[in-house]
Design a protein around this ligand. Structure first.
Ligand code: FAD
Length: 276
C-alpha cells in the first residue's frame, strides 16, 4: 500500500505504547484536530510513516529505501471498541525486514503518525444472523479484530456464545490474555482457548493446550465447552492472521459443511488474511 503524495500530513499522535512481549506492541493513536469516522468492530484502518522516520535498533535493511518520496502505509485491524471514539487501538507484530513496523517500533508517546481517515473491511459480525454462535480463530496479532468485537458486543449479545481460539508460539505472546480471562470469568457466554506451539520453551511447565489452532477444531474442544457441536446451521466461524492457519482451517471446516462467506454468496466462514 503506498501513496503518491510526497508530504502527506502526519495527522495523528501516539497516545499509548505498550510492549506486550518482544516483537509485540499495543499502540493507541488519536487524531489531531479531526474526528474518527464511525466504524464496525472487525474493520481495519491504515497507519503510515515517511521513509525518513527512524527504524528501531535490530531491524534489517530497509526495503523501502528505493521509494523515498512515498509515505509507507499498511493496514491494521482495530482492537478498540467501535463505541470508543477518542482513539484507535492496534496490536502490531514487528517484522524486522518490513517497511513500516520497524518504524512504528521507534515511535514514542506523543510522536506523530499518519492515520487514514477511512476505516474499511467486511470482517465484521454484520452479516452473522443474530441467532447463531460465533467461533473466532486467530494467530498472533490476528486476535485484534476480536478484541474490538468482544469489547463492543459481548455484554449486549448474551443470547449467543462466543469463543476465542488464540494460537501463538509461546505463552508470553498471547496478547490480551488477562482481559480475555477476566471476560470469561464475568460473561457466561464467552470462552477463551489459548494454544501454544512451543511448550518445550516455556520457563515453567505449560498446563494449557499445545499445538495449533487447527488441533482445537479437530479435537472438538469447542463441542465440549458448549455441550453441542458447532455446525453451519448454528455457528459462524471467523479466521484471522496467518494465511497458513486460514487455509488449513478452510479445508477442515469445509469437510464439516461450512462455506466461505462472500458478498455474492453468504456462508458461515469469514476470513481476514494478514499477508499472502
Ligand atoms: C486487512 C489487514 C489487517 C491487518 N492487521 C494487522 C494487525 O492488526 N496487526 C499486525 O501486526 N499486522 C496486521 N496486518 C499486516 C500489516 O498490514 C503489515 O503487512 C505488517 O505489519 C508488516 O508490515 P511491514 O511494512 O513491516 O512489512 P512488509 O514490508 O509489508 O513485509 C510484509 C511481509 O511480512 C510478513 N508479515 C506481515 N505481517 C506479519 C505478521 N503479523 N507476522 C509475521 N509476519 C508478517 C509477511 O511475510 C509479509 O509478506 C494486516 C494486514 C491486512 C491486509
Amino acid at each position: 500500500m503506498s501513496d503518491a503524495k510526497p508530504d502527506a500530513e502526519l495527522n495523528a499522535v501516539v497516545t499509548q505504547r505498550m510492549e506486550v512481549a518482544p516483537g509485540l506492541i499495543i499502540l493507541q493513536v488519536a487524531p489531531r484536530g479531526w474526528e474518527l469516522p464511525a466504524f464496525e468492530s472487525g474493520q481495519y484502518a491504515v497507519l503510515g510513516l515517511p521513509p525518513a522516520a527512524p527504524r528501531c535498533p535490530g531491524s534489517e535493511p530497509d526495503p523501502e529505501a528505493a521509494k523515498p518520496e512515498r509515505l509507507i502505509k499498511r493496514a491494521y485491524s482495530i482492537a478498540s471498541s467501535s463505541v470508543a471514539n477518542s482513539h484507535l487501538e492496534f496490536y502490531v507484530a514487528l517484522v524486522r525486514s518490513g517497511g513500516l513496523t520497524p518504524r512504528l517500533w521507534a515511535l514514542r508517546l506523543g510522536d506523530p503518525v499518519w492515520l487514514g481517515r477511512k476505516v474499511t473491511g467486511m470482517f465484521t459480525l454484520g452479516s452473522v444472523p443474530p441467532d447463531v454462535h460465533v467461533v473466532l480463530f486467530s494467530t498472533g496479532t490476528g486476535i485484534a479484530p476480536y478484541i474490538s468485537m468482544l469489547r463492543t458486543f459481548l455484554a449486549e449479545q448474551c443470547h449467543r456464545r462466543f469463543v476465542v481460539v488464540h494460537g501463538a508460539r509461546h505463552s508470553w505472546d498471547l496478547g490480551y490474555q488477562s482481559e480475555l480471562i477476566a471476560l470469561h470469568r464475568v460473561c457466561r457466554n464467552f470462552d477463551y482457548v489459548p494454544i501454544i506451539s512451543r511448550p518445550q520453551e516455556e520457563p515453567i511447565s505449560w498446563s494449557g493446550l499445545a499445538g495449533h489452532c487447527q488441533d482445537v477444531w479437530t479435537s472438538r474442544v469447542v463441542d465440549r465447552l458448549w455441550g453441542f457441536r458447532p455446525t453451519p446451521e448454528n455457528t459462524h466461524v471467523f479466521l484471522c492472521g496467518n494465511p497458513a492457519m486460514i487455509e488449513d482451517m478452510l479445508q477442515l471446516l469445509a469437510q464439516d459443511g461450512f462455506r466461505e462467506h462472500t458478498k455474492k454468496a453468504p456462508g458461515q466462514m469469514h476470513l481476514e488474511k494478514y499477508w499472502t
